[in-house]
Design a protein around this ligand. Structure first.
Ligand code: HEM
Length: 200
């Protein structure tokens, strides 16, 4: 529970911030949404329904950078057929969520970071599986989404963020069970005036 529930969320947040800093238009739109929909109080769960764009940013981050890219290995408990292939009982199966999320037959312009693609809500159930699916799907998806919305939301609400240099942040992935950035994210931040209002 500790491993599955901490590193995953922290890594996803790192990818989300890196994406935002590489796409200032998206960051600006998220900030405007938070300023107009939440205002000066610290974002809380009752605000979520008004923060559609922030939710889209989290989904788009998990689509391009699913932190558990091959899900968790599954074992076929009975003979079955998957995608036309006969799979005998006892076979270990990996599901490549990373490849599904970038499949050009399922997604338009799949390698672009474009949170707007989630705005219509028309995403096929099998096309987007950062938390797996079925009986062994991640039991922490609700908690993870809440933690990411609250944390990312408050970081955008109360801080100005900048890249350390002029270059875009490298988005190279490290291989492993969980997929993190090769170069840990380094950013500069300063408090926005709204933080003074909150603290006073
Ligand atoms: C961004 C955050 C997270 C992502 C992307 C993620 C993703 C996943 C994935 C892909 C699986 C395997 C599903 C499958 O093979 O079909 C999984 C399993 C699991 N996750 Fe998460 N997870 C996240 C956060 C959490 C949190 C917050 C918790 C709990 C506090 C958690 C607890 C678990 C547990 C216990 C399993 C094993 C379930 C089983 O084998 O039946 N995860 N997660």
């Amino acid at each position: 529970m500790l491993l599955a529930g901490t590193e995953t969320v922290a890594t996803a947040m790192e990818w989300a911030l890196a994406n935002l800093l590489n796409h200032p238009r998206v960051l600006k739109k998220a900030k405007t949404e938070l300023d107009t929909q939440v205002g000066d109080h610290l974002i809380e769960e009752s605000d979520f329904a008004k923060l559609q764009y922030l939710r889209c940013i989290i989904s788009e981050t998990l689509r391009l950078y699913p932190v558990v890219p091959l899900l968790v290995p599954h074992l076929a408990s009975a003979d079955c057929t998957i995608g036309g292939y006969d799979v005998p009982a006892g076979t270990t199966l990996f599901v490549n969520a990373w490849a599904i999320h970038r499949d050009p037959t399922l997604w338009d312009d799949p390698t672009s970071f474009n949170p707007e693609r989630f705005e219509t809500g028309r995403v096929g159930a099998y096309n987007f599986i950062p938390f797996g699916m079925g009986r062994r799907a991640c039991p922490g998806d609700g908690l993870a989404n809440r933690m990411m919305t609250l944390t990312l939301g408050s970081l955008i609400q109360f801080f100005e963020w900048e890249r350390v240099g002029d270059d875009k942040i490298a988005m190279t992935e490290k291989t492993g069970i969980s997929m993190c950035k090769v170069d840990p994210l380094e950013l500069m931040c300063k408090a926005r005036p709204s933080l003074n209002v909150l603290l006073s």
